[in-house]
Ligand binder design. Structure first.
Ligand SMILES: NC(=O)c1ccc[n+]([C@@H]2O[C@H](COP(=O)([O-])OP(=O)(O)OC[C@H]3O[C@@H](n4cnc5c(N)ncnc54)[C@H](OP(=O)(O)O)[C@@H]3O)[C@@H](O)[C@H]2O)c1
Length: 240
């Protein structure tokens, strides 16, 4: 039985905490980063990991990653890499990321990788983990593409789970919904963040319990409050 886990975006933040955690638990870890600088640094810090440089905006690099993994059986794929670009359609500023690139990283490349690595997981009755956000449930106004990407990923995850059930497959599908986590993505904004280590631990525990939906930290509260007062919660979030 394979004990190999593939973690995208393992160089920093939640992904790095997941890499450390799975290594500690004796897994074989394959991880990716986007830039050669971050991947070279990660190789020095974490030499026991098989590192690949894969910019998810580049179709060729996604294909190369799939080719390098080949037929290797995978116990777990954690689609963790993600980016968030602020955008105001009424006050356009120079944006670091185009709409297409943001969507490629957060959404389309995830679906492509899922399709191309499907048999690697299926042969092991393995688990797909999709890292989404509370913002995919109650969006804020300031990052509209990111919120839409995460909502789309949540829908994809649910459809995939439906197919798993219809085919009575032993593959598992899990959505890990994160609250604000203290990483580079949220540097300089937001309060009450949890650490990347806590987020990773809750994902790890939820996967072990085969939960289809892992509500991390304050997401549990968000879900309960939204069930009781849907409009109120959405209006609060839309002010952000
Ligand atoms: N932080 C939060 O509050 C929060 C809340 C909800 C959900 N999330 C989700 O949690 C996940 C991890 O977020 P994080 O906060 O840990 O982010 P982070 O600290 O900013 O790290 C982002 C990771 O994604 C990789 N990445 C960036 N651009 C990429 C690209 N073009 N191609 C491939 N990989 C790329 C980075 O690689 P390099 O190091 O090479 O750039 C890095 O490993 C994301 O899916 C995010 O949407 C985060």
């Amino acid at each position: 039985m394979s004990t190999t886990v593939l973690i995208t975006g393992g160089t920093r933040g939640v992904g790095k905490a997941l890499v450390d955690l799975y290594l500690r638990h004796g897994f074989e870890v394959i991880a990716t980063g986007a830039s050669s600088t971050s991947v070279e640094q990660a190789k020095v810090n974490c030499p026991d990991v098989q590192w690949y440089c894969c910019d998810l905006t580049q179709r060729q690099e996604v294909s190369n990653l799939v080719q390098q993994i080949g037929t290797l059986p995978l116990k777990l794929v954690i689609h963790n890499a993600g980016v968030q670009q602020s955008r105001d359609f009424f006050q356009p500023k120079r944006e670091l990321l185009s709409i297409e690139d943001e969507t490629a990283i957060n959404f389309t490349s995830v679906i492509t990788l899922t399709k191309k690595l499907f048999s690697n997981i299926e042969q092991q009755s393995g688990t797909w983990v999709f890292v989404t956000s509370g913002l995919g449930i109650a969006p804020k106004q300031s990052s509209p593409v990111y919120c839409a990407n995460k909502a789309g990923l949540r829908a994809f995850c649910k459809s995939l789970n439906g197919q798993v059930k219809r085919h009575a497959s032993r593959v598992k599908v899990c959505e890990a919904i994160l609250p604000l986590v203290d990483t580079d993505m949220t540097r300089g904004r937001g309060t009450g963040k949890i650490s990347a280590t806590q987020a990773a631990q809750e994902i790890y525990d939820g996967v072990n319990k085969a939960k289809p939906e892992i509500q991390v930290g304050k997401v549990r509260l968000l879900m309960r409050a939204r069930a009781l007062f849907p409009n109120f919660i959405e209006n609060i979030m839309l002010k952000l």
